[in-house]
Ligand binder design. Structure first.
Ligand code: PLP
Length: 422
């Protein structure tokens, strides 16, 4: 038998995939991939900054950023070089071992969160896994005496069973019942409802400071403050799901902390790795000792050094290049432009997580028209459009969308109005 060699002639990934038109790729997709996402809108082959190209050579301005993931856009040269360097040195070790990269990232997150002495980080690979860790943290804290986990109406926390149980939308949960027991949903932003729901059986309250999938709906600072006071009063944990809002997305490092409220735990994912999959749960102070003992929780890939390197590099660029200032500047430009656009009835701009409502429920049609015109945006609800572009988007790029938007809305709304009046 020939000796196994690590040397192979250099190959581009296309050598394994083959080539094709968008239509050909989608046919292959539909034959080979589970249909849980429906048919993808386009087959993307390349990206640079906030721009991506599809298999048919068309160019798009990506104002969704992989749903709030591509914090620095696509193919960022510095992030890529740090990832490549780590991968060429050490790509994975089990959690029987650790790496300097993983440790440095945990330290960096604790520092950015101004977490008090004793605070600790658990690494996962996605948002839903970070929330599973939070679910177990709540169970470990509450035991059988405190089986209740409160979550909010409109909340989205992921698709694995614990996170799904905390997710509010019935259509996501019901086909997979029975859910893990104990989760109750309380009214959004309603302090009285929360007060009424709090008692000695509650282990944790889990919430998004700004609900992303529900159309960019912020909780008030007063609600977050009350949530802190009530959970403390009743001995329950307060968990912020910052999977979508964290790591600079709102123009602040973390939205809940920026509102002046320190939770017991905070979950992160999406933008943290700048496009590389990674999730994290940051536990603050006392809460960090809740899931401490060996064997209570784990995951093979959590803290993978390549993912950690991607996150360290992303955080470095965000911090050293003043990207959060850019987020605030672009947020204002987009918010003002959107507010002045006909057919837009409400704008909720939290940094570069922006939801805007339309006078008529044609958000999906606006998204389709935008795609045709070279813009990637998203419709979390029938009358709401969401933008979550790269945080280093340029003002010119933002303005190009604002310039195109009136025609996109008109194209989408006219058939709706004609149908309504006929
Ligand atoms: N939590 C929030 C607030 C989210 O927006 C999402 C995803 O959209 C999740 C959790 C789930 O994250 P993931 O898709 O990485 O599992």
């Amino acid at each position: 038998m020939a000796e196994l060699s690590r040397q192979e002639p250099k190959k581009d990934v296309a050598a394994f995939t083959g080539t094709g038109t968008g239509a050909q790729w989608l046919e292959r997709y539909n034959h080979s991939l589970m249909g849980v996402f429906g048919t993808p809108q386009r087959v993307l082959v390349r990206g640079a900054g906030a721009v991506v190209w599809d298999a048919d050579g068309r160019e798009y301005l990506d104002l969704l950023g992989g749903i709030a993931v591509n914090a620095l856009g696509h193919a960022h040269p510095f992030v890529n070089s740090v990832i490549a360097g780590q991968l060429a040195t050490l790509g994975h070790v089990s959690n029987f071992f650790t790496t300097p990269t993983q440790i440095a990232l945990a330290e960096k997150l604790l520092a950015l969160a101004h977490a008090p002495e004793g605070s600790k980080v658990f690494f996962a690979n996605s948002g839903t896994e970070a929330n599973e860790a939070a679910f177990k943290l709540a169970r470990a804290h509450g035991g059988t005496a405190r089986p209740t986990i409160l979550a909010l109406e409109g909340g989205f926390h992921g698709r694995t069973m614990g996170a799904l149980a905390m997710t509010h939308k019935a259509a996501y949960r019901e086909p997979f019942e029975p859910m893990p027991a104990g989760v109750r949903h309380v009214a959004f932003n309603d302090v009285d409802a929360l007060r009424a729901a709090m008692d000695g059986t509650v282990a944790a309250l889990v919430l998004e400071p700004i609900q992303g999938e529900a159309g960019v709906r912020p909780l008030s600072a007063a609600y977050l403050q009350a949530a802190r006071e009530l959970t403390r009063e009743h001995g329950a944990l307060l968990v912020f799901d910052e999977v979508q809002t964290g790591v600079g997305r709102t123009g602040e490092w973390f939205a809940g902390l920026a509102a002046g409220v320190v939770p017991d735990a905070m979950t992160l994912a999406k933008g943290l790795g700048g496009g590389f999959p990674i999730g994290a749960m940051v536990t603050f102070g006392q809460a960090a000792s809740t899931l401490l003992s060996a064997g209570q929780h784990g995951t093979t890939f959590g803290g993978n050094p390549v993912a950690a390197a991607a996150a360290l590099a992303t955080l470095h660029v965000l911090e050293s290049q003043g990207v959060l200032d850019n987020v605030r500047k672009l947020s204002q430009i987009l918010a003002e432009g959107l507010a002045g656009t006909g057919g837009v009835t409400d704008v909720r701009a939290h940094g570069l997580l922006i939801g805007f409502d339309l006078a008529v429920p044609v958000a999906a049609e606006v998204v389709a028209a935008a795609l045709g015109a070279g813009f990637i945006i998203n419709a979390p609800k029938a009358n709401t459009v969401r933008l979550a572009p790269p945080l280093n988007l340029s003002a010119a790029q933002g303005r190009s969308f604002l310039a195109a938007l009136p025609a996109l809305i008109a194209a989408a709304a006219t058939p709706f109005k004609e149908k309504a009046s006929s």
